[in-house]
Design a protein around this ligand. Structure first.
Ligand SMILES: [Zn+2]
Length: 427
């Protein structure tokens, strides 16, 4: 990749990174003033790249580049039969909203990189026989309404009446916010595209993990977005005096929870692809000289294969039963979240992988432990994801960073992917 497009991409990431609702740190949430400014700014860049721009009724920014039918005929070497891609659209995108005090790359990279890649194709005189829509989703992080994917749910016609009732910290509901955004009238959007007209959805996103950096690779392809189960567990033993209760007579809820935590860690370590985390723990009554009487904690379990995740959950359940029985404490479970895994399309991923190998020499297949817009988009069309390495695997943090070198590789992959896809279908 020449340096100019890489510098351009870096510049756009920097400039969009200045668009914030909170002075001094980067925060953009659903339908906020900063999101409006971000749509204007990115919309302008889309227009400069030759895209036709609109904003839909849930605030998604959509830039469309129509197919070049003339080019199709040239590519088809004079054969005038319709190519399989006539009237088809490829979707590229990610989200433009951010977490609070965010970095510049998580989300925006997957919107801005396709814009720069399309501009580069234009500069090279390459046109595509299919249409491309670059999608900047209005909401993915779940910051304002504690519910993620509002943008892609709107785009795919999957926004539910129940979701419209969710309220933000100021008591404003999703439905009210959307009504205001649309000038007083809002109807649940229908699916924006017919499935039969779509080639697929490809999202470029920073890895948000350390694997690519560790392997010395700029990019990798995603095989699946992991399914996840979350629980709240409560262990109930007996509180007592820390000085006068002999060790043999104790029913220490924290010791039980601690044994459980270490047991879950060991299970996850020996189960390929499984990750399990206890991230919040409350000890009661919580005094230095009192044996913990009860402990409540979270448990987050993820795997790319739903069958293996369920099997692990069974083993974790047996472990809890064993520990509770042996220690004479009670335990209670409450499931707080359950999402199945989302496999990426094999065919579309194979095409992406081919470009990764052509540009980088080799490819690496990764599971995404974090959720992405692709989870919702997969209900509409085949999905594929390109991960780009980020320094120290850091994300959701102002120090989030991807080097210009890695950005260049990702740009090369996208340009190569689009060119080969065009060539495949035009013979
Ligand atoms: Zn993201």
């Amino acid at each position: 990749m020449p340096t100019q497009p890489i510098q351009r991409l870096n510049h756009l990431l920097d400039e969009l990174g200045q668009v914030t609702d909170e002075p001094g740190r980067l925060t953009r949430t659903f339908l906020s003033p900063a999101m409006g400014r971000a749509n204007q700014l990115v919309g302008r860049w889309m227009k400069e790249a030759g895209l036709k721009v609109r904003v839909d009724s849930v605030g998604n920014l959509i830039g469309r580049l129509e197919a070049n039918v003339g080019a199709r005929l040239v590519h088809a070497r004079g054969r005038r039969q319709a190519t399989p891609l006539q009237g088809m659209t490829l979707l590229l995108g990610s989200h433009l909203d951010t977490v609070r005090d965010a970095g510049r790359f998580d989300g925006p990279l997957g919107v801005l990189l396709p814009i720069v890649a399309l501009a580069e194709l234009k500069r090279r005189g390459v046109t595509l026989p299919f249409a491309v829509e670059v999608l900047g989703f209005s909401e993915e992080e779940g910051v304002r309404f504690a519910s993620a994917y509002l943008g892609s749910e709107g785009y795919t016609g999957r926004l539910s009446p129940a979701t419209l009732k969710l309220r933000d910290a100021d008591g404003i509901s999703v439905g009210e916010a959307l009504k205001k955004f649309n000038g007083g009238r809002f109807l649940l959007p229908k699916q924006a595209q017919r499935t039969s007209n779509l080639i697929g959805y490809v999202e470029v996103h920073i890895e948000q993990g350390p694997v690519l950096e560790q392997r010395g690779l700029a990019v990798g392809v995603v095989s699946a977005i992991a399914g996840q189960s979350r629980f709240k567990l409560t262990w109930t033993g007996k509180a007592g005096h820390a000085g006068t209760t002999p060790m043999a007579l104790r029913r220490d809820a924290l010791a039980a929870a601690a044994e459980f935590a270490v047991g879950v860690e060991a299970l996850a370590r020996r189960t390929r692809g499984l990750v399990a985390t206890i991230g919040v723990l409350q000890v009661s009554p919580g005094a230095a000289n009192v044996i913990p009487g009860s402990v409540t904690h979270t448990l987050d379990v993820r795997h790319a294969d739903d069958r293996l995740r369920r099997r692990a959950l069974m083993a974790i359940g047996r472990l809890a039963t064993q520990i509770a029985g042996r220690r004479g404490v009670a335990r209670a479970w409450q499931r707080t979240q359950e999402n199945g895994a989302t496999p990426c399309s094999r065919a579309l991923t194979a095409r992406l992988e081919r470009s990764v190998k052509a540009v980088q020499g080799k490819s690496l297949s990764l599971v995404s432990g974090a959720g992405h817009d692709g989870v919702v988009m997969s209900a509409l069309t085949p999905i594929a994801m390109l991960f780009v390495g980020c320094r120290d695997g850091l994300s959701h943090h102002p120090d989030e960073y991807t080097s210009p070198k890695d950005l260049g590789v990702a740009l090369d992959v996208m340009v190569d992917f689009l060119q080969r896809l065009a060539a495949d279908y035009t013979g």
